[in-house]
Every structure is written in structure tokens, then in C-alpha cells.
Write a protein of this length. Structure first.
Lengths: 439, 291, 290
């Protein structure tokens, strides 16, 4: 009895499966009926959430599908980590989709080295008004050996101080304009049982991206950093880097962060701020969207954004924040002919002037020279764009360092804040980067 | 025994009995508290699914002020859960059936027959239990790409089955070893063929072990994320864990939707477990073994 | 029943499974072990470097630290999950409603995905708003409060309760079916002989299910050594590798730092170490009579 039931179930399922597989096949063969063959395009992206930008991007995709019935657009939306894992696996097997969201810097370089991308210089040059309207140096991180492989679709300053003016006023603290003022502010808050700076470093890139990259740049200057990355005239064991690490450690020792910061993630970090328990938190431009979603109107009114103060004697420019131009789209090397044209058209829809405008309207910063629509955007976002007009972007560490060195520094910073020795950590970073560069 | 002795013993006995039952009652109360504590996290999950994001942020523990049933509706719609539910069911059920059939066959052979490579076969399968699955992601991807089964149900069913087999075989073989051979021997003498014995005697007798394997395998396939992430890239074939992860971008997690989605996806597993744990218990009291 | 029919049956029974398993499990594992001899980032060319990855592995302090963490997991499983499940199984083997409810509750964590479990326990352990610290405060034990998942010294131990909580139910079910498998004649014989209580437990019940206990121990070991999900979700192996496990280290090497060859070496090491542990446990728990 049981056996027959199981057998029947198995057969039924197999039949439905085969039907499913067969169904898939016939859809592809359908094209032979029409005059033109339908072009299939695959796009992998990370616009899977309910945040404004994802919604805006999906709308562009829907509009594109409506305008192009001859293109069969197959979109896969995944959360960022999942997308990265899938891209890596597909890359190892040389099975990339036609278009995919790509990160600038190290990732682009690796993919170019693996012969997976094709440059878009010709396409860019065919539309000069588009190409020239990007902020200066926007295309650098997508350019390898003189050839450009993508344009950025957003802008990600990673090191902004979000602070609660009400709490500042309550304790008579002014927005710190020097490093010492920052330390004083931290001290005042601590003594009054307010968390000075909320931190959620569980994902261990947070401290590195949001705080350390800027502090390091303030101390060492950008030029030194780029040389150290290339292992050409500077090393991570140099005194300026150790000094930067020491400043970072000083922040930790001053009690700037709440207990247990290594077990809390970014969301929970913002949570501490929205609960009114922390006076500040340091995060990237993307945090505006989170705040707007989760904070009370009152708190939002009192929230303002500024950059880290300058450090005396440092070689870095003071009006800067670490950051990276945002993600772009990689174009599969294997595309040719009609398919390539279709892909580039989609690219333009998403990353061209209209796409950039849509992104900006969804409260996400762009690396493109357009102004925000103050009537549509949230006041906090407008404040951010105004701030960004006067602030330059310096490289965030994980966009330039090799992935091995990024791992080391992320872990190293956790170690540093727990009391590790700057010299040891500096040496580990140096070894990792040297090994990756091949020296 | 004289009457007085009996009655005094009875009085003493009943005093001890009442003390004992007091102790027992207390003891069961502790156990009950333990059980409730283990249930609490699940209850917390379900309650939190009714909250809004800001409420979850400001009061993670505690009942929601407003019970937002629409969280579930939104989660269902925006992650196209109907599709992923269906896909998860297909993939989990088919791999389950395959696993049970194939593993039972192998276990039957390993437990009851002697043949030359028996020891090695056992080791061959057991090694599968030790493999961390992430190390096979890339090789499997390349392999299945070459077999052209990527982006089909088979891309998940076959690996799920293959990876479930070692544990299943292990559990089933151990179980079969404890069952005496008398019934089969009788059946052989009666003229029943090997296949007959397998289907009509071994399978029914192994019900408890099969139920254990069912629970394990189903859970594994239902909750698997890594394989589903990498081997399927067509949204129409997405499985449940992938749908749930949609709401958690690296930078933002929509908790209300994620929790609602998780709650929805947990319901079938609870159901499967409740159904099959009865089997596990029933198999024994039915006295199938004693005959 | 002639020998050739038996042989044909054995072949038919084994063949489909062997092929499926060999193709989808064995081949990838060998392939992965093959990569361990290369220096490969996963993209582009791979360079043959012989045993260099393994040499580096032996010198890698993170690897040994991860191994130590895995061993802690193994011990916690064998000394935590198994005895607790055993005790519970002995207490809860009846079929009344209360016991069924309790068995179901204890098993419930198994049905949750590790993402859910990770999130739940993260909130329990949350240093500011977590329930654990809150309870400690309420009970006046505020000085016992710790940064459960942040403090590198205790974080790995803080991961043990979720682990045990997660899996006790599984072993409970396995032991219950083993206990109920004991033929009633044995129970009758014991009653007649006047053996009961603790003596019965140790001289009759436990020996009768010893085989199952061995099975449970092997499942524990294999599960603990390739444990990944829970730790990855809760701490990602941090802070600063404090809770790193072999499997999380392997995952990071493969997918975060683009050192695919090295990651493969780690996973091959996991398999070999597991074999070693299981072999040892089998030898330690062997019984003279069968």
C-alpha cells in the first residue's frame, strides 16, 4: 500500500517536472514563429529590497520591457552578499550573465583579468554629453589599463557623522571641528551615560569603511595610500600608517563606542541611534534611506550630517570623506551583434542621464552632475547633497586594497579596538598586500 | 503478612507516594518550563513578524501595538512567495522520495548481505557526511553546467539527494542491524523474491528510521540556501530561502518583511515534523517488530 | 535464491545510488582536493604549487585556532547534546499529550533555518537590549553581564547554547525510537528479575541502545566539524577570528579573499580531520562482544 502510494507520488512528480522542463524549452522555440528572433538578455542585480532605489531601478526595467517587446529580459534580483557569491561562482565557471551589477576597484580588476568583461569605451565616446557629465575621476575605478568597463550608478561616501542635535544641545556640545574637540565631545557624552558613537562592527568592514579609511587619509594623505597599495614607494609598516592606527585605537580607548560593538550589525547600530541612546553614528550616505525609514519624525528633524574633523599635522586634505563611486554594470565579454546592442541600450536606460536622475530622486547619491529636486527629496537627503558639494571623495580602503589585505585589515581593526598592537597589525596588512601584489 | 503490618505499610507507602508525587510534580514543572523556553524563540519570531520596522527597532521584545497582518501579505506578494513555495515543495519532496528509496535500497543491501566490497562501499558513502558543502559549490556548478542541468529542478534535486544519502544510509543501516532477520527469512522460505521482501517487509519495518530520515532530509532541502543561490538563476525556479533573503540587503534589512517571510516558510516544516514524529512513535507501539 | 540472482539484486540496488552519489558528491570533493594543489583566485589561471597550501595551512595560526573552536564544538555536542537528549528521552518516552507536547517543543528549533536561529540568539545576547543581560540585571547579577558575542574570550562559548538548543531535539527523537525499540520481553524479564531504576538503566537499557549512542556520537562529530551556518550568521567567525570555524574560514578564503586553492586545502583538511576523529571515537567506544 505504502509502496504503491510512494511510487505513484514519485511518478506524478516526475511527470510534472518533465512537463515543467518541456515547458521551458518550448518558450524558447516560440521565437521561430515571429519575424525577428527574440533576444534574450540576462541581468543580475542587487535591487531586490523594498528601498526606494530598488523600486526605482525595477521601474526602469519594467519600462524598458514595455518599450522593447523584442527583447526577453530575464532579471535576477538578489541581496548583495548572495549576488557576490553567485557572481564569484559563475566567474569560476566562466558562466557570466549578459549584464550584472559590479563593484568598482578590485572586483572590476579581477574580472578584467579573468577575461570576463568587455570595455564600453566606444559606447561612451558615442555619447559625449553623457560621458562628460560625470563628476571628476568617476570612471577611474572602472578603468583598467586605459579601458573603461562601466560607469558608476551611484555614489557612496562611506564616512559621514550623523548626529543628534538635540542631544548635542542638551549637553552643550558643539559639532567637533578638531580631533581634540571630538575627543572632548566623546568624554562629555560618556560622563552623561550617552553612547558617544554607536558602532556595529559585526560585518567587520564597517569600522574600516566608515571611520578608519578617513582617519587614515587624514593622517597619511591619499598619495601615500595609493603608493602603499601598489607597493611602490610606500609600505604599510611606514610610521604614518602606524600613526593612523594609533589614532583609531585612541578613539576606541576614549570610550567612544558602546560595549559589544563587534556583535552588532549595521542595522542595530542605527537602531541604537534611533532609540535615542547614542549621540552619533558614523556611516555611509546609504544610511539616510535607513534613517528615513525607521527614525521618528522628531529625531529626523534633529539629525544632521557632517564629516570627520581634520587631524593636526596630517598630510590629508581636511574637506574629504572616504568613499567610493557606486556600483556599475559589467558587460559580458561574449556579447556581440544584436545582443550587445540590446545590452548597451539597457545599460544606457539604467546608467544614462535618465537612470541617474531616477536614482537621485530615490534619495541615493549619484556620481553624476545633476541637482537634486528639493521638492521631492527628504530634507536630510538634501542636506547630504549640499554637504557633498563641498566635500571630495578619497579612496575607501576596501576599494583599493587586494581582497586578501582587506580581510586582514578588517580583522586587524577588530583586533586593534580590542587592544591589539598597531605595529603587529600594520605588518600583517603589509604582508598581505605585498603577497597579493606579487612582491 | 498481618493486617496491621499491611495497613501500616500502606500508610507509610502512601506518605512516601505523596512525597514522591510532589517531587514528581515539581520535576515535571521544571521540564515544562524548559520546553516552553525552547519554544519561546519561535514564538518571538512569530510575534515580531507582526510588528513594523520601527516598532521592531524600538521594542524588539514585547507584544506589537498593532498586529500588522499586512506584513505577511506584502512579504508574500513582493517576494513572489507562491512561486518559491511551490518550487521548494517540488524540490524538497522529490529529493525526499528519491533519498528514501535509494538509501533504503542501499541500507538493505549493506545490512543484510555479504559481498566483497561491502566495507568499502560503506566507507564510500560515510565520507559524504563529512564534506562541508561549500567546498563543492564551484565544482558542482561547473559539472552541472556541462551536464546542462543548471537552472532546472534537477540542479537542486540531484545534489540534495546525493548529499542526503550518506546520513540516510548511515541511520538506516544502523537501524536495520538491530532488527532480527527472522521475518525476512520466513518470507524467503515462502518464496517471496528479494524485491518483494524489500518493499513489503523491510520498508514498513524501517518506518521509524525512515521517519527520522524524512525529517532530516526535508529540513535540509527546505532550508538550504547556498545551493539554491548558486545553481538556480531563473526567478521562476527560485526556492523559499532565496525569497526570504531578498529583504535583507547588505545595507538594509526590512525586518518586518523578513520576519513575516520566515514565519510563512517555517509553517510547513513544523507541519512535516508534527506529522512524522507521530510515525516515529507509532511505529514502535504498533509492535511491528514483535510480530 | 541462487547466488546470481542475489548478485544482480545487489548490483541493481546499489548502482543508481553509487552513480548519483559519486557524480554529485565524490567527484566534486576530489576536484576540490585537486584545486588544493594550486594557487587560484577562482578567476583566470591557476598555478600549480604542490603542497604549498598545506605547508601554509600548518603554519597558519587562524587554522589552528579554528580547529580548536571546532573541537570545542565537538566536545560540547558529545558532552552536551547527547547526554541531555538521552536523559530527556528516558524521561519523555510515553505517549501522553503532555509528553508529546514537550517532545515537539524541544525538537522545534530544528525546523528553523540557521538565519532565524542566528537572529533570535543575537537579540538574546544583545549587549544593550538583549534579554540575557536584562535578566541578569533584574536578578541583581549585573556584574555577570558580559559582551557575549563580542568578547573574544567567551564568544565561542556563548555560541554553545544556541548550538545545543538547536540540535538536542534531533538526538532526542533518535534516542526515543531506540528506546522504544527495546523489545518488551526485555522489560518483562527485568521486572521478573527485580531489576529497576538506576540499575536497570545502566545494566540493561543503555547497553541495549549503545549502538544508537555510537551513531549519535558520529553524527555529532561530523556535524560539528563541518558546522558553518549558525556561526556564520551570528558572528561571521569574528571578532578578529575569535569564533572562526574551519568551515567559515574555508568559506571566507574561497569567496571573500579569492584564494580558492587555499580554501580547497582547508576543506580537504576538514574531511581528513573528521575521519581521524570518527575513527578515534569508534575505537574508543568499541565493545568487545557484538
Amino acid at each position: 500500500m505504502k509502496k504503491r502510494f510512494i511510487l505513484a507520488l514519485a511518478i506524478a512528480v516526475c511527470v510534472s517536472l518533465l512537463a515543467g522542463c518541456g515547458g521551458g524549452q518550448s518558450a524558447d522555440n516560440d521565437a521561430s514563429g515571429g519575424k525577428q528572433e527574440k533576444i534574450t538578455l540576462t541581468l543580475w542585480n542587487n535591487w531586490s529590497g523594498q528601498d526606494a532605489k530598488a523600486v526605482a531601478m525595477r521601474k526602469i526595467l519594467d519600462d524598458f520591457k514595455a518599450q522593447h517587446p523584442e527583447i526577453d529580459l530575464q532579471v535576477e534580483a538578489l541581496a548583495t552578499d548572495g549576488l557576490k557569491t553567485r557572481l564569484r561562482t559563475a566567474a569560476a565557471a566562466n558562466e557570466m550573465p549578459d549584464l550584472f551589477v559590479m563593484w568598482p576597484g578590485a572586483m572590476t580588476k579581477e574580472f578584467v583579468n579573468g577575461d570576463l568583461l568587455q570595455p564600453i569605451d566606444d559606447f561612451l565616446n558615442s555619447k559625449p554629453e553623457w560621458k562628460n557629465n560625470f563628476i571628476p575621476n568617476a570612471l577611474d575605478d572602472f578603468t583598467v589599463d586605459g579601458k573603461t568597463y562601466s560607469v558608476p550608478m551611484n555614489l557612496a561616501p562611506s564616512s559621514l557623522i550623523y548626529y543628534n542635535q538635540a542631544i548635542f544641545d542638551q549637553y552643550g556640545v558643539k559639532v567637533p571641528k578638531t580631533w581634540d574637540e571630538l575627543l572632548q565631545a566623546i568624554d562629555t557624552f560618556k560622563r552623561n551615560n550617552v553612547i558617544p558613537i554607536a558602532l556595529g562592527n559585526k560585518a567587520n568592514w564597517v569600522v574600516q569603511s566608515t571611520t578608519f579609511s578617513t582617519i587614515a587619509d587624514r593622517v597619511t594623505g591619499t598619495e601615500w595610500f595609493l603608493k602603499a597599495v601598489a607597493q611602490d614607494g610606500a609600505k604599510f609598516t611606514d610610521p604614518e600608517f602606524i600613526k593612523a592606527l594609533t589614532y583609531m585605537q585612541e578613539l576606541g580607548k576614549a570610550g567612544a563606542y558602546q560595549d559589544g560593538y563587534n556583535s552588532i550589525d549595521e542595522n542595530q547600530m542605527i537602531q541604537l541611534y534611533t532609540q535615542g541612546k547614542a549621540a552619533m553614528f558614523i556611516d555611509g550616505g546609504w544610511a539616510v534611506a535607513s534613517l528615513v525609514n525607521t527614525a521618528s519624525a522628531d529625531l529626523l528633524r534633529n539629525t544632521h550630517i557632517t564629516i570627520l574633523p581634520p587631524i593636526e599635522g596630517g598630510k590629508g586634505e581636511p574637506q574629504t570623506t572616504a568613499g567610493v563611486v557606486g556600483t556599475g554594470l559589467g558587460v559580458n565579454k561574449k556579447l556581440t551583434g544584436a545582443k550587445k546592442e540590446a545590452a548597451l541600450e539597457l545599460f544606457y536606460a539604467l546608467a544614462g542621464p535618465d537612470g541617474q536622475r531616477a536614482t537621485l530622486d530615490s534619495s541615493t547619491l549619484v556620481s553624476y552632475k545633476i541637482d537634486v529636486d528639493k521638492t521631492k527629496a527628504h530634507p536630510l537627503f538634501v542636506e547630504l547633497t549640499e554637504l557633498m558639494k563641498n566635500v571630495k571623495i578619497v579612496p575607501v580602503y576596501d576599494s583599493k586594497l587586494s581582497s586578501a589585505a582587506v580581510e586582514v585589515i578588517n580583522n586587524g581593526l577588530q583586533d586593534l579596538l580590542m587592544g591589539g598592537k598597531p605595529e603587529d597589525i600594520a605588518k600583517r596588512v603589509q604582508d598581505a598586500q605585498a603577497g597579493a601584489v606579487g612582491k | 503478612m498481618s493486617n496491621t503490618q499491611v495497613s501500616s505499610q500502606r500508610i507509610a507507602g502512601s506518605r512516601i507516594a505523596s512525597l514522591k508525587s510532589w517531587g514528581q510534580g515539581f520535576f515535571w514543572a521544571i521540564l515544562l518550563i524548559y520546553a516552553l523556553l525552547t519554544l519561546y524563540p519561535l514564538i518571538w519570531l512569530i510575534i515580531s513578524a507582526f510588528k513594523t520596522n520601527s516598532e521592531f527597532f524600538s521594542r524588539p521584545f514585547g507584544l506589537p501595538e498593532v498586529w500588522h497582518f499586512d506584513n505577511f501579505v506584502r512579504a508574500w506578494k513582493s517576494s513572489k512567495m507562491a512561486t518559491s513555495f511551490f518550487n521548494s515543495v517540488i524540490v524538497s519532496v522529490v529529493s525526499l522520495v528519491l533519498t528514501l528509496l535509494l538509501s533504503a535500497l542501499v541500507s538493505y543491501v549493506l545490512a543484510r548481505f555479504k559481498f566483497r566490497l561491502k566495507g568499502w562501499t560503506m566507507v564510500f558513502f560515510i565520507i559524504g557526511m563529512l564534506i562541508p558543502i561549500h567546498s563543492t559549490l564551484v565544482p558542482l556548478f561547473i559539472l552541472m553546467k556541462q551536464m546542462s542541468i543548471l537552472n532546472t529542478y534537477w540542479a537542486l534535486i540531484l545534489p540534495y539527494t546525493a548529499f542526503a544519502m550518506p546520513t540516510a544510509i548511515f541511520v538506516l543501516t544502523a537501524y536495520l542491524a538491530t532488527i532480527p532477520k527472522d521475518i525476512e527469512e520466513a518470507a524467503y522460505i515462502d518464496g517471496t523474491g528479494l524485491w518483494g521482501v524489500f518493499f513489503r517487509i523491510m520498508l514498513p519495518m524501517s518506518l521509524p528510521a525512515l521517519s527520522t530520515v524524512t525529517i532530516l532530509t526535508f529540513l535540509h532541502s527546505w532550508n538550504d540556501f547556498s545551493f539554491a543561490l548558486v545553481f538556480i538563476s531563473k526567478s521562476t525556479l527560485k526556492t523559499l530561502p532565496l525569497s526570504i533573503s531578498m529583504f535583507a540587503d547588505g545595507f538594509q534589512t526590512d525586518y518586518s518583511l523578513t520576519l513575516a517571510a520566515m514565519t510563512l516558510s517555517v509553517l510547513p516544516t513544523i507541519l512535516v515534523f508534527l506529522l512524522f514524529q507521530e510515525q516515529v512513535m507509532k511505529g514502535m507501539t504498533a509492535g511491528a517488530v514483535k510480530g | 535464491m541462487n547466488a546470481s540472482r542475489v548478485r544482480r539484486f545487489i548490483a541493481a540496488a546499489l548502482l543508481p545510488s553509487v552513480i548519483l552519489y559519486a557524480l554529485f558528491v565524490f567527484v566534486p570533493v576530489i576536484w576540490s582536493a585537486y584545486y588544493s594543489f594550486f594557487n587560484w583566485s577562482g578567476i583566470g589561471e591557476a598555478k600549480y604549487i604542490g603542497f604549498q597550501n598545506y605547508a601554509e595551512l600548518i603554519r597558519d595560526s587562524v587554522f589552528w585556532h579554528s580547529l580548536k573552536n571546532n573541537v570545542i564544538f565537538v566536545l560540547a555536542s558529545i558532552l552536551g547534546q547527547v547526554p541531555i537528549a538521552l536523559v530527556l528521552a528516558i524521561l519523555l518516552h510515553k505517549s501522553n499529550a503532555l509528553q508529546r507536547f514537550m517532545r515537539a517543543s524541544i525538537f522545534m528549533p530544528m525546523v528553523l533555518s540557521s538565519v532565524v536561529i542566528g537572529m533570535i540568539w543575537q537579540y538574546i545576547y544583545h549587549p544593550q537590549i538583549g534579554i540575557l543581560n536584562f535578566l541578569l540585571d533584574a536578578l541583581g547579577l549585573g556584574s555577570w553581564k558580559m559582551q557575549w558575542l563580542s568578547d573574544p574570550d567567551i564568544s565561542i562559548y556563548a555560541l554553545l547554547p544556541p548550538l545545543i538548543w538547536n540540535f538536542v531535539g534531533l538526538y532526542l527523537i533518535i534516542f526515543i525510537s531506540a528506546l522504544q525499540n527495546i523489545p518488551s520481553e526485555i522489560h518483562d524479564a527485568a521486572k521478573i528479575d527485580g531489576v529497576s531504576g538506576a540499575r536497570k538503566l545502566f545494566t540493561i537499557t543503555l547497553p541495549m541502545i549503545w549502538g544508537t549512542i555510537q551513531v549519535a556520537i558520529i553524527l555529532c562529530i561530523s556535524g560539528s566539524l563541518k558546522s558553518f551556518d549558525l556561526v556564520y550568521v551570528m558572528t561571521k567567525g569574528g571578532p578578529a577570528h575569535a569564533t572562526e570555524l574551519l568551515a567559515t574560514y574555508m568559506y571566507n578564503s574561497t569567496f571573500s579573499t579569492y584564494r580558492y586553492g587555499y580554501g580547497s586545502a582547508i576543506s580537504t583538511a576538514i574531511v581528513l580531520i573528521s575521519l581521524l576523529f570518527i575513527g578515534t571515537s569508534q575505537w574508543l567506544t568499541r565493545r568487545k562482544a557484538d
